[in-house]
Design a protein around this ligand. Sequence first.
Ligand code: MSP
Length: 519
Amino acid sequence: MTKPFYITTAIDYVNGQPHLGHAYEKIITDVIARARRSFGQEVFFLTGLDEHGQKVQQVAQADGKTPQAYCDGLAADWQAFAKKLELTNNDFVRTTSTRHKEFVQAILTKLHAAGEFYQKTYEGFYSAREETFLTEKDRRPDGTFDPAYGEVVKLQESNYWFKLKAQQQWLIDYLEANPSFVQPDYRRNEVLGFLKNNELEDLCISRPLARLNWGIPLPFDKDYVTYVWFDALVNYISIPAAHGDKTVLAATPNLSLPAPADQVDLWPADIHVIGKDILKFHAVYWPIMLKAMGLPLPKQILAHGWWQKDGERMSKTTGNVIDPVAVINEWGVDAFRFYVVRELAIGPDGNWTDAGFKARYQAELANGLGNLVNRSLSMLKRYRNGVVPARHDELAPEAAKVVADTQALLEQSDLQGSLQAIWQLVNRANQYVDQTKPFSLAKDPAQAKRLDEVLYNLAESCRVLAVLLWPFIPGTTTKIFGQLGLPGSPEKFAAANWGGLQPGHVIGEPAPLFPRKDV
Ligand code: MSP
């Protein structure tokens, strides 16, 4: 059996409600997962929550709850959010679950026994917001720390450190030899630049209980909990282990949890989808951790950019946020999924404006795709009682090119490019209606054959579009199939080949897909 395609998202801190940035990352991951499934690959898609650490402990305290009660309450909201986005994740990790905690402890025990950690007292600066130690080098030219670090406090404490210094060169070599390991290229160059121009500091992997108790206890020293990032990154292998991943289980013979009866083959991950802000954790610390554990590296780290709203950083304090749930309730989940993927390529930063969202809804969804499907099927209904005429291939070559382009772009996770390619067919088919004028042909009995040809090309284009668009807007494409009188969802990419609609087939009822709104 071939190894499933294993894809993950970052796991979100549960210190508030999900926002546009979280939604974006989960949606692009879902589109990639669905596209791979539609190609016939088995896929394992993992997402979830990062529940430990000082940030979560602080908000729980402010809310008058224990951290666990606080996380349990919010985890329900986040899981409901994943459903709202129509994510097809195969599992949902919570780092407070036993299966994850026990696994992290097994890893810590193994690395400790292998001499990878040492204890030392550190004096310096600490940012709770970023859960990280800072040094003098992190100060800006004016002597202050970036406001992104939040409050920075000076502290002195004894901790366990993970030896990283000796790891620098092989990682540089690896990044150079494997250009697709970090994508896009400019992010890879960023990591290489960092590694070539800085000496890697050892990584602090503990926090003293006296300062923080909301974490996984270090198995070899009861006075400490595990640094939240060490805990969080391990989710990418703790969940495969819980499913019986043979590679991961072989590397953790000391794991006390019972292994499932059936083995699976997930690790190494094919893609970790993450935001640009956490690139160093994934492209530097995580590979080094994996190497120390004796595990292969993930095949790719795909870093996306950040969304702003109206040109400014989104911030709860200023109220400059997008509530994805409110947008979805008003416009539908597919309008939201479509907009974020179409607007922003995976890589650069993006900017949400309400006007931009409405403009794409109106132009591309309502007037573009929606209008095409509605008028094509309404005319087939009106002029031919909904019965599909004889096959005709006038638009077949153009459709075939779009299908091939879309497949190639999806294989490279170029989702925005895929939508652009698909819209070439939407636009071409709409233009075909305007050029062939089926409403005029219908008035002339001598043009009956030509009208049949046009109606076939239009209905078949709608079917092909439904197949191509399924990973992006699954609900809408299932509706298109329903209106075409076809069963189920257009889940299989192979069905995008021209000629699927059979002559004599009777379509269903046309209905608007994207109601026009007065905006
Ligand atoms: N818990 C860590 C990740 C651990 S992964 C082993 C974390 N959590 S987070 O909630 O702060 O961010 C989760 C993801 O959301 C990150 O990939 C981050 O880049 C992404 N985003 C958070 N805000 C964002 C935007 N404004 N725009 C796009 N993505 C953003 O980091």
